[in-house]
Design a protein around this ligand. Structure first.
Ligand code: SF4
Ligand code: SF4
Ligand code: SF4
Length: 211
């Protein structure tokens, strides 16, 4: 049987200890050329004095998906501890952003983790809903107050949609499904991660500010 999280571990180590916020990439607004926009991520990472890069522990532990493994960043005290254990190396902001471009291409969701007790940023990660403790907790185990959406939400232009299914595969939050070979987009499930935008061949998806 596949390995998976159990509720006791999720609640003890993550759900009751941290909150996670999705960070949107690749914002495309009407009339503006599509670019991979790293500004929100940069803004979050600029809070850090020390950034450490190591291997993704969740995927090492669960092994349900693999590459890329290097989109997990500890911040400040966590970073110093991780480096001291010789499990991570110190990297610059630019190196972190470059790694995050690759994890975006691979379809991973960027998340910032904050400690509940003091609001301190502890990790900035590239996560999947099959292995990650927090995306698993939110998407598969039903802990609805653990992961919070970004300030943005995806819009959908059905006239431009080619029903190719790429966004269905990329959306970790199951906001996109195929029904009778047609795309069905459930806006209320969108966490505003932006992972579906860049790879849409019909240019049918844009991100807008959440109202
Ligand atoms: S939080 Fe995300 S990037 Fe960090 S170890 Fe878990 S899945 Fe990997
Ligand atoms: S990726 Fe674009 S074209 Fe393909 S199903 Fe999704 S919205 Fe439609
Ligand atoms: S539809 Fe899914 S992949 Fe697209 S922005 Fe929303 S949560 Fe992310």
């Amino acid at each position: 049987m596949d390995k998976d999280w159990d509720r006791e571990e999720l609640e003890k180590k993550y759900v009751n200890r941290m909150k996670a916020v999705t960070i949107p990439l690749n914002l495309k607004f009407s009339g503006v050329q599509k670019i991979l926009d790293l500004s929100e991520l940069k803004e979050v990472l600029e809070q850090a004095e020390v950034i450490a890069q190591g291997e993704c522990d969740c995927r090492k532990k669960m092994g349900k998906c693999i590459d890329p493994m290097d989109g997990c960043f500890a911040i400040d005290d966590e970073a110093i501890d991780w480096i001291a254990r010789k499990e991570a190396r110190r990297i610059t902001l630019d190196e972190a952003l470059e790694a995050m471009r690759r994890t975006y291409d691979a379809g991973l969701v960027h998340m910032a983790y904050y400690l509940k007790e003091n609001g301190k940023l502890t990790w900035v990660c590239s996560c999947c809903s099959c292995c990650c403790h927090s995306l698993s907790a939110s998407v598969r185990f039903g802990y609805s107050d653990h992961v919070f959406s970004s300030k943005f939400i995806a819009t959908q232009d059905m006239d431009k949609c080619e029903d190719c299914g790429t966004c269905v595969d990329r959306c970790q939050f199951h906001a996109r499904e195929f029904v009778d070979e047609k795309l069905v987009y459930q806006k209320e499930k969108c966490f505003g991660c932006g992972v579906c935008v860049e790879t849409c061949p019909g240019d049918a998806i844009e991100m807008v500010k959440r109202s």
